[in-house]
Design a protein around this ligand. Structure first.
Ligand SMILES: NC(=O)c1ccc[n+]([C@@H]2O[C@H](COP(=O)([O-])OP(=O)(O)OC[C@H]3O[C@@H](n4cnc5c(N)ncnc54)[C@H](OP(=O)(O)O)[C@@H]3O)[C@@H](O)[C@H]2O)c1
Length: 338
């Protein structure tokens, strides 16, 4: 199939290209697109060097799968153009996630939505927010087995979640250089933690927190009645988001049953000991979502506490998008490596 990647030179786009190389359905000549800034930058694909070019509407002619990872403004401009040209657009930005006509897909949870979509020719599919994906992966088996009443989350998010320029700025600060002007982070990022991701909202939350709340409800099909709270925190870690999560269940579940439900879900790696856990440093580069520190809330018999870690650039972005592409291309979603 003919594939285009918009944002191919970015952190997520480069990982998409690397994952695409293993797809038997992918045409040998992907169209690599970015802004004027990166026109001419050459990227490796199956041992060949392919130049990226500045995107224009004509680039989507004949494209069947368009992987978008270039932010919401570019997605709003080029998504409808690519879809009208017949491509399946899999968009990583927030542009279309809450559009009621656009499926918001984590393949292990609601990949079935693509069966209906796949019968058409072209359209837009949204990839959820990176933190939301890993939280949804841990929430979904508990929702299926016991029903969820509430989900309360504190995230600890890697700097790469904010893109290449954030990584560059963090490294500058770690080297003792002053913050850039205008500042990219609200306060110094080096040797610090920042409980503010995205723009502020009138209710006292920041944008990332609202994304987790509304996207989790949409993915689980619980828009009206699932209680969700989130505090999103940027931490000085390169790759890999962590989340401390409290799940309040609708029905009683002992720890054994909850562990079994999580273990049986594809794409999850579940620690067998409540004292065991994964860290971003250990799991970065892998596709799985890791659940550890699973334990009962001693003061609430229907509440469980867990520590959930995944690579934000892979399951949180590129891997989830490629799993969607696999389904649209007619194959089964490939399982996560462990
Ligand atoms: N990083 C993550 O963990 C993560 C996770 C989930 C979702 N996302 C989403 O994925 C998208 C990309 O994130 P990233 O971390 O890869 O960012 P990044 O490293 O900053 O890369 C951005 C890419 O988008 C391109 N781009 C930006 N504006 C463009 C425009 N107007 N026209 C064409 N190309 C444009 C850039 O091209 P140039 O090189 O030419 O500037 C670059 O290739 C964002 O929407 C982000 O919210 C990121």
């Amino acid at each position: 199939m003919k594939v285009a990647i918009l944002g191919a030179t970015g952190l997520v786009g480069r990982r998409m290209l690397a994952l695409l190389a293993d797809r038997p359905w992918a045409d040998p000549d992907p169209v690599l697109l970015g802004s004027e800034r990166s026109a001419g930058v050459r990227l490796d694909f199956r041992g060949r060097s392919i130049p990226s070019k500045a995107v224009s509407p004509e680039d989507f002619e004949g494209v069947e799968i368009a992987l978008f990872s270039a932010g919401a403004a570019a997605a709003r401009r080029f998504g409808p153009i690519a879809a009208a040209a017949g491509a399946w657009v899999i968009d990583n930005s927030s542009a279309f996630r809450m559009d009621p006509d656009v499926p918001l897909v984590v393949p292990e949870i609601n990949g079935g939505l693509l069966a209906a979509a796949g019968r058409g020719s072209g359209g837009i599919i949204a990839n959820p927010n990176c933190s939301t994906i890993q939280i949804a992966m841990a929430a979904a088996p508990l929702e299926l087995a016991f029903g969820l009443a509430e989900v309360h989350v504190t995230t600890l998010q890697a700097v790469s979640g904010a893109g290449q320029s954030a990584l560059d700025e963090w490294r500058r600060q770690e080297d003792g250089l002053p913050p850039c002007d205008p500042p990219l982070f609200a306060r110094p990022m080096a040797r610090n933690v920042l409980p503010c991701i995205g723009g502020p909202a009138a209710d006292g939350s920041f944008e990332e927190e609202a994304k987790v709340v509304r996207e989790l409800r949409k993915i689980l099909g619980r828009a009206g009645d699932l209680g969700v709270t989130c505090t999103a925190v940027r931490v000085p870690v390169q790759d890999g988001h962590s989340a401390a999560v409290r799940f309040v269940l609708q029905r009683d579940a002992d720890l054994e049953a909850a562990t079994a439900a999580l273990r049986g879900f594809p794409g999850l790696v579940v620690a067998s000991d409540p004292l065991d856990f994964a860290t971003p440093l250990e799991i970065a580069g892998g596709n799985a979502v890791h659940v550890g520190r699973l334990r009962r809330d001693p003061d609430h018999r229907r509440a469980l506490l867990a520590w959930v870690v995944a690579d934000n650039l892979l399951k949180g972005a590129a891997w989830n998008a490629l799993q969607i592409a696999d389904l649209l291309a007619g194959g089964a979603a490939t399982g996560a490596d462990r």
